[in-house]
Ligand binder design. Structure first.
Ligand code: SAH
Length: 221
């Protein structure tokens, strides 16, 4: 994501009714934030948020929280949400590393990771959002039957992500190396902004779904 400093974006974020300020004070209290006890799905590294808002429109009975570290990017999501005004969408400007301070155990039903930063250097592996270190954090906030869904066009990052699943103690529930040509996994697929851009350049999209369910069933599509 290009880094641009958009004047005033921090102020807009601080004042927006769609962002949650001091999110660590909401830990265990997200039902109150949304005013209902519907399932909570989050996207970590949301970017401009179109994917999350499209899902929210399709699924009014699910609450969505979009997490993004850069205010200039989050500002774009807020501007879209001001037009769409989806009641089941909130945003947090934060660093994903702190996620366990913001959600209580079992508070989250599903985590989406879409086109996460690759951090190609070995010494930065821990910063990759599908790393075992991050899976350990997701383990602390997801319901027992909760899932992580990860999409990318980056082969190296995807291979890394697949290698992390077993050592982290998770199960690979489904995997595809060509999402858009996989009838089963592509059903109902909502494209992200990056997904649209990279697939239009001819890149295949990779996707996995992982969980901590007891089964060791590998569904190779
Ligand atoms: N999910 C969007 C954007 C992908 S780009 C899409 O698919 O179109 C990755 C985004 O994740 C960037 O906006 C980046 O700022 C954000 N991001 C990367 N690492 C993050 C982290 N550790 N915490 C929060 N956001 C992060």
């Amino acid at each position: 994501m290009r880094l641009r400093n958009i004047a005033g974006s921090r102020e807009v974020i601080a004042e927006s009714q769609y962002t949650v300020k001091d999110p660590e004070t909401k830990k265990g209290l997200w039902k109150e934030v949304f005013g209902n006890d519907r399932p909570i799905h989050i996207e970590i590294g949301m970017g401009k948020g179109r994917f999350l808002m499209d899902l929210a429109e399709q699924n009014p009975n699910i609450n969505y929280v979009g997490i993004e570290k850069y205010s200039s990017v989050l500002l774009r999501a807020i501007q879209k949400q001001e037009l769409r005004q989806l009641p089941n969408v909130k945003f947090i400007r934060m660093e994903a590393e702190d996620i366990t301070e913001v959600f209580a155990p079992s508070e989250v039903d599903k985590i989406y990771l879409n086109f996460s930063d690759p951090w190609p250097k070995d010494r930065h592996a821990k910063r990759r959002l599908p790393s075992r270190e991050f899976l350990a954090r997701y383990d602390k906030i997801l319901k027992p039957d909760g899932v992580v869904e990860f999409k990318t066009d980056n082969m190296d990052l995807f291979d890394f992500a697949l290698e992390e699943v077993e050592p982290a103690g998770w199960n690979l529930d489904a995997v595809t190396y060509d999402l858009h040509n996989d009838e089963v996994m592509n059903e109902g697929n909502v494209m992200t902004e990056y997904e649209e851009r990279f697939s239009s350049q001819g890149n295949p999209i990779y996707k996995y779904i992982v969980s901590r369910k007891g089964s060791n069933l590998w569904t190779i599509a």
